[in-house]
Design a binder for this molecule. Structure first.
Ligand code: ADP
Length: 567
């Protein structure tokens, strides 16, 4: 049955709004009659007019004979009853319909209203059909209904399209972030002629990203979040949220977590905690640049400099200053702790304080840039790999030979050999910088996205050297990951958004730690390292056992993906 045709058909019988129009299906009172409807009508018509004729004849006789009309015999009583009964029937059948036709809107209007209000109901009704249905009669995809713009919004959309109202000014102009996003989205669609249907708009708090996370929003991208774990780390269990569209990644990390758990858990040590920022300043001569270098690196000046720096925040604490010179240009690498914040904003403010202070004694100093890339943020750089940036963590576990065989489906010797040839020798041949691992960046990035970290910092945060060694006479496996640059925070940036904050909450590290500022971010860094350890174990085992291609074929090629992990 064609649902659209049916929905626009004129109703042929009286009905209430909301009742599906279908003469063939709808049960009717006439179904209960012993005769067909037209015969029943004929009987009652005949009866009605017969008794009217009979009674009028009797009354005429009574009037002629001067008999009172109210004196009735049995035949007249029967005739009266028949008259009332047939009248009620005929009134019910034709009269109510007639009365309703006066007050009811025309059938076309009714049908149009019905279609509008019940389109969804009709589609659902159609979906519930019992007849076999092939591809040809598959229900049409639900249509995306864009919000209709009001006249005022329509004017603003036109102004944005024409360029007279800048798109970026909508939030300020309207004072309503959601409305600004709706208008901008419509303007973008009109300008580009391309549809954004499929990019969700509803269900997001646009106010929460204003001035902090994203400018000129038109919607948001959905990324599924899976849970790996429990990860047993330092005696505590963690369910690790991973946001990814790479099949197998969560499943693989989960398998690694299981192997670690069955072997008694992993332990992590935080080696260092300090964010860096390195401005570049220029002098007229290399000699002057060197003078500033000696001044900054002189321990006698550190207290003064740190006092100036630390004014930027109650959580920023200057740790070290290291300088590098290129001719008359000086690169000053400041390193400071930043509490539970990842710390880029905080350290930038502190560095600005120092530069302002230095201008008094080094007035010939020309500040070229607050960041001179010796920091080094979001770029692979040896300085990070060697000196560390953010949190430096080492994490280890002793995996029993039994678990290697039963859970990881390989053996200790194969893992150790593969690690040496792939993660160490292979990466050395490739000239890797911090890439002495199988796929640390997979786990780092998935956790970063789930927990509101800056995903671009996966570049240096994924620096990792994975070591594997046979111990206990070759029976068991000692595995470790050393990661010098895990840049994470639990306050600031995207961590405060609802979804990301929920993932941090799951790990027990949401927001600022009031008792011990910085401990939430440090714990998160160790969880990242522990999860990387699990991911390394599982992928290396799959490779050692020759499972990688098989699992890719099974989970990647067949619409789902479980053990495929790009390495
Ligand atoms: P980032 O420096 O990582 O970009 P922000 O500077 O934007 O982060 O956010 C940190 C903000 O959070 C600062 O204003 C800081 O004062 C505040 N804050 C509150 N509690 C803490 C804490 N425990 N650790 C770090 N910052 C905190």
């Amino acid at each position: 049955m064609d649902v659209r045709r049916r929905s626009t058909n004129k109703p042929t019988t009286p009905m209430k709004m909301g009742v599906v129009v279908d003469d063939e299906k709808e049960p009717r009172a006439s179904d209960a009659l012993p005769l067909p409807l037209y015969l029943t009508n004929a009987v009652f018509f005949t009866l009605f007019f017969s008794v009217v004729y009979f009674l009028l004849t009797r009354w005429r006789e009574k009037i002629r004979n001067s008999t009172p009309l109210h004196v009735v015999d049995l035949s007249e009583i029967v005739a009266l009853v028949a008259l009332v009964a047939s009248f009620i029937y005929l009134l019910g059948f034709f009269g109510i319909d007639f009365v309703q036709s006066i007050f009811r809107p025309s059938a076309d209007v009714w049908a149009a209203d019905y279609d509008k209000n019940h389109a969804e109901e009709l589609i659902l009704d159609e979906d519930a059909r019992k007849v076999p249905c092939g591809v040809d009669c598959a229900p049409p995809p639900p249509q995306v209904v864009e919000t209709l713009a009001s006249e005022e919004d329509e004017e603003i959309i036109k102004a944005v399209v024409a360029g007279t109202t800048p798109s970026y000014s909508l939030e300020t102009k309207l004072g309503d972030c959601k409305r600004a996003a709706v208008i901008r989205r419509e303007a973008v669609q009109r300008v580009t002629g391309k549809s954004l249907a499929g990019l969700p708009l509803e269900g997001f708090d646009y106010q929460s990203i204003l001035g902090q996370c994203c400018e000129m929003p038109v919607g948001y991208v959905q990324i599924p979040v899976g849970i790996a774990g429990p990860l047993l780390l330092d005696g505590r269990e963690y369910s690790v949220p991973m946001a990814t569209t790479e099949g197998c990644l969560v499943a693989s990390t989960n398998r690694g977590c299981k192997a670690i758990h069955l072997s008694g858990g992993a332990t992590a040590v935080l080696l260092k905690d300090g964010m860096t920022r390195a401005p570049v300043v220029r002098f007229a001569t290399a000699q002057r640049a060197a003078e500033l270098k000696f001044f900054l690196e002189d321990p006698k000046n550190f207290d003064t400099l740190s006092m100036v720096f630390n004014r930027s925040s109650r959580f920023a604490r200057l740790q070290t200053i290291k300088c590098a010179i290129a001719g008359k240009n000086l690169y000053i690498r400041f390193c400071c702790s930043t509490g539970d914040a990842m710390g880029m904003n905080m350290i930038s403010k502190g560095v600005q304080n120092i530069l302002d202070f230095l201008q008094k004694d080094f007035s010939d100093m020309d500040v070229i840039g607050l960041s001179g890339n010796f920091c080094s943020d979001k770029k692979p750089a040896a300085v990070n790999w060697i000196e560390g940036r953010g949190k430096s963590v080492v994490c280890e576990a002793l995996i029993s030979g039994d678990v290697v065989r039963k859970v990881l489906k390989t053996n200790v010797a194969a893992l150790v050999e593969l690690n040496m040839l792939k993660n160490l020798a292979g990466s050395a041949l490739a000239g890797a910088l911090g890439g002495f691992n199988a796929h640390a960046s997979n786990i780092v990035t998935a956790i970063y996205i789930a927990t509101g970290q800056d995903p671009a910092q996966n570049v240096e945060s994924s620096h990792c050297i994975t070591m594997m060694e046979a111990v206990n006479d070759g029976k068991d496996l000692h595995v470790s990951v050393t990661m010098p640059c895990i840049e994470v925070g639990t306050v600031g940036g995207g961590t405060q958004l609802a979804s990301q904050s929920a993932c941090l909450n799951l790990l027990g590290v949401k927001g600022a730690n009031r008792e011990e500022p910085g401990s939430n971010a440090r714990l998160l860094a160790t969880i990242v390292a522990g999860s990387v350890l699990a991911g390394e174990l599982s992928l290396m085992s799959a490779l050692a056992a020759g499972q990688l291609v098989r699992s890719h074929m099974k989970y990647n090629r067949s619409s789902k993906d479980v053990s495929k992990v790009s390495s």
